[in-house]
Design a protein around this ligand. Structure first.
Ligand code: HAX
Length: 442
């Protein structure tokens, strides 16, 4: 069965579960909110629903119930590769089913048709100052695609029906995920390769084609596949996923929603941390290791210098995780099994930081999670393969994150989730409830 038909069946089978929960159990309490949560970024409040991934503080992410190693193991691999194609992962994220080779093939073929990016997108990006951040270029590129949104077209057609709305979100979502790596490759070539563009190779899957389009080597094809899959989804509360969900909840189409999500991803406490890690590490090398080999003592000193100057250690800490991020470990394993990379001085330095930083952060005593997150390891791989322009790293994150965000909003519409509108209160109200020992709930 084609992906859209399978999805239709899944959504229709699922709808009664959501409807029953709202109708029969809508008033069942699942959480409470404290003053520090209201002021402190709504941390840990259970008020979002997704079945696409779940983040356990100790174990880390599961995509559709599978850990990262289980996901990589289960999915059909790209020809001659140890890694699955992004296309097979997309099928899995959307449906929860491991696709057959034939089903993956169908997605591959479909993306070949969908991946054509209109010239006006490239023109708009090219019109930006060349020293604009590449995340601005990506966000603008995605926003430009809005003009032809099938969801917006359906909404404005006068025939809009909530029941079928998800099908149009799905159409935009597929177009967006099929095109985003092409736009990213264009931005890379425009900014860093003197606008030397390389045409799409229609024989290649998304990851391989991205590698081809930025002039990368054969081995980088797996890097791209791994990277896009690892960065795809991290349940719904993180800034990029939540922003996409929030904006789409107003029935803004997927392009408006994901452009906004990308703007959140571009924050240094979120996706931009991967460029910050490389920046920090290279500056460390320049400052401390001009004539000497890095040592644990030097790393310790540099970490304390960062903390004492009031900055965060990029790539460490997490709002939910309380252990080393399995996405970090997955990339570390990739480094360890890649000849050349495992002996690369930068990888060795990142591995040394991994030995030292948790102890320093524990001694510092602020971060609830002193362990590395996904961003602590990702830049070093890109650097090794010659992508030394670290301001591009968040774009790579953004290409991957599109998969999770688009799968989620397709299901949001399928299950008819409401416009998001939490309630705010005033500081005076908080002070009153604090004095009374809590708000009296009638
Ligand atoms: N270095 C120094 N201090 C840190 C820290 C770090 N890596 N991580 C947390 N802290 C500090 C916080 O700034 C906070 O200090 P204040 O009380 O002075 O405000 C305190 O420890 C408590 O914070 P927390 O509860 O442990 O962490 P939060 O949930 O508030 O924030 C962050 C989570 C990821 C934003 C945070 O750990 C951080 O800033 N890390 C560094 C940046 C980073 O790597 N971001 C990427 C995270 C993964 C991701 O989203 N990728 O896209």
């Amino acid at each position: 069965m084609a992906l859209k038909d399978t999805l239709k069946q899944k959504i229709e089978e699922f709808q009664p579960r959501t409807q029953k929960l709202v109708k029969e159990f809508g008033k069942v309490i699942i959480d409470q909110v404290t003053i520090d949560q209201a002021i402190g970024g709504a941390r840990d409040i259970r008020s979002l629903v997704t079945d696409i991934s779940y983040l356990d503080p100790q174990e880390g992410i599961r995509f559709r119930g599978k850990t990262i190693p289980e996901t990589f193991e289960a999915l059909p691999k790209a020809p001659g590769s140890a890694y699955p194609t992004v296309e097979s992962f997309w099928y899995f994220l959307l449906t929860g089913d491991v696709p057959t080779a034939a089903q993956v093939d169908e997605v591959l073929k479909e993306w070949k048709v969908r991946q054509v990016v209109p010239q006006y997108v490239f023109d708009a990006i090219r019109a930006l100052p060349r020293d604009s951040h590449p995340m601005v270029m990506l966000s603008v590129g995605i926003l430009c695609l809005q003009k032809d949104s099938k969801f917006a077209g359906y909404y404005n057609s006068g025939k809009f029906n909530k029941k079928f709305a998800w099908e149009y979100v799905y159409e935009d979502a597929c177009d967006l995920v099929a095109r985003i790596a092409i736009i990213a490759a264009f931005i890379y070539n425009l900014k860093y390769r003197g606008d030397k563009q390389i045409a799409i190779d229609p024989k290649l899957d998304m990851g391989a084609n991205f590698a081809h389009m930025i002039g990368q080597c054969e081995d980088y094809k797996d890097v791209a596949r791994m990277y896009f899959i690892l960065h795809s989804d991290h349940e719904s509360g993180n800034v990029s996923a939540h922003t996409t969900h929030l904006v789409h909840s107003a029935l803004s189409d997927p392009y408006y929603a994901y452009s906004a999500g990308l703007n959140g991803l571009a924050g240094p406490l979120h996706g931009l941390a991967n460029q910050e890690v490389l920046d920090w590490t290279i500056k460390f090398q320049e400052k401390y290791c001009k004539d000497v080999e890095p040592t644990e003592e030097l790393v310790k000193k540099a970490l304390w210098d960062t903390l004492n100057s009031g900055q965060v250690v990029p790539g460490y800490g997490h709002a939910v995780l309380r252990k080393t991020d399995p996405r970090y470990m997955s990339q570390r394993e990739f480094c360890l099994k890649t000849t050349g990379l495992k002996d690369d001085p930068l990888f060795k330095l990142v591995a040394m930081i991994f030995q030292v930083a948790p102890g320093v952060l524990m001694e510092h005593g602020k971060a609830k999670n002193p362990w590395p997150n996904v961003d602590a390891q990702s830049g070093v791989i890109q650097w090794y393969y010659g992508l030394k322009e670290w301001d591009f790293y968040t774009v790579l994150f953004g290409v991957g994150r599109a998969l999770g965000c688009m799968a989620n909003i397709t299901w949001d519409r399928g299950l008819g989730y409401a416009i998001e509108r939490p309630k705010s209160v005033t500081t005076a109200m908080l002070e009153k409830w604090a004095a009374e020992g809590g708000r009296k709930l009638s």
